[in-house]
Design a protein around this ligand. Structure first.
Ligand code: SF4
Length: 307
């Protein structure tokens, strides 16, 4: 859909205010197309954390879901992290609480807790090391063999990492409702419609869906695959927001979602209006108690040190 005149006016105001406030806009690959277009950088959770760690901006406007903005605030305590929509939470991140995790750790004293970044700062603070879908295999491989591992909260990412690494892990039964909606039968149907296309599936999908994929990749991995491979057609088993970026970066190639139902409603709550409002009013500033932030920081840093 072509942008409306009102969108041009909003974008101009956002860019002006961004300059005045020395702000940077970071957006996740699942954000609305117009939000991705106004951002300084679009990426997956790992890339956004790395970008936050390196920015010299005074303010970060984070367009994603709440745990992502928290991760930026964990890494950058000296910067203002603005989150335009406080209701944009991740259901998977809410499937585990710090109390739940403390109980699990008591049942397995001495176990190392590997925590997917899709968790609250308070859960990260109870964990030993974080991971994203891009580096989860590397993080688990870095742990000494024989070490007991608790992996939270995504059972499907955890199960896939266990398979890739050959490590036994205690899995928390969380999942992403959006990726759980991507079914094996949808992939089979799409493959019949586009027989030449390669199927790329996110590790948060169910095992039956991953079993049908040509490659299991994070969203960052998908963007690299689309850019670097000779493949002209791809079927994407992830949230459909990524298609906007893939199409923009690879105009000659064709991208099909496995399922039009794979929409994360929370990711779509941030709009141009809320970004402008956020910059105008300094809302909502992400604040994390220092005791929680410093502990969570250790787990995030351990991940970032692995590259
Ligand atoms: S796509 Fe899934 S994991 Fe990502 S924010 Fe939405 S619910 Fe959470």
């Amino acid at each position: 859909m072509p942008p409306l005149d009102s969108d041009f006016a909003l974008v101009a105001d956002i860019l002006q205010l961004k300059k005045e406030k020395k702000a940077v806009i970071l957006a996740h690959n699942y954000q609305l197309g117009e939000v991705q277009d106004v951002a300084d950088f679009v990426g997956d959770s790992l890339e956004l954390s790395q970008k936050a760690a390196r920015t010299d901006a005074d303010t970060i406007v984070f367009c994603g879901v709440h745990f992502m903005a928290e991760t930026a605030a964990i890494i950058c305590p000296d910067k203002t992290v603005l989150f335009p929509e406080p209701h944009a939470g991740c259901p998977m991140a809410n499937m585990i609480t710090p109390a739940d995790l403390r109980k699990k750790k008591k049942e397995h004293p001495g176990a190392t807790v590997v925590c997917y970044v899709n968790t609250t700062a308070a859960v990260k603070a109870e964990s030993d090391v974080c991971c994203t879908s891009a580096n989860a295999v590397k993080v688990v491989q870095s742990l000494p063999s024989g070490e007991e591992i608790i992996f939270v909260p995504d059972q499907y990412l955890g199960g896939w990492v266990a398979e890739q690494t050959g490590r036994e892990m205690i899995l928390w039964p969380g999942y992403c409702p959006t990726h759980a909606r991507i079914l094996a039968q949808d992939i089979t149907r799409r493959k019949q419609e586009h027989p030449k296309a390669k199927v790329l599936v996110h590790p948060e999908c169910r095992p039956e869906a991953k079993a049908l994929a040509d490659a299991v990749l994070s969203t960052g991995g998908m963007t690299r695959y689309a850019r670097e491979s000779d493949q002209q057609e791809m079927i994407l088993g992830t949230e459909i927001g990524i298609i906007h970026r893939l199409q923009k970066e690879n105009p000659g190639k064709r991208f099909y979602p496995v399922s039009e139902q794979a929409v994360c409603p929370r990711m779509k709550l941030i709009t141009l209006d809320t970004i402008l409002w956020s910059l105008q009013n300094d809302r909502h500033i992400i604040r994390i108690p220092e005791t929680v932030r410093s502990k969570a920081r250790r787990a995030v840093d351990r991940m970032l040190e692995l590259g």
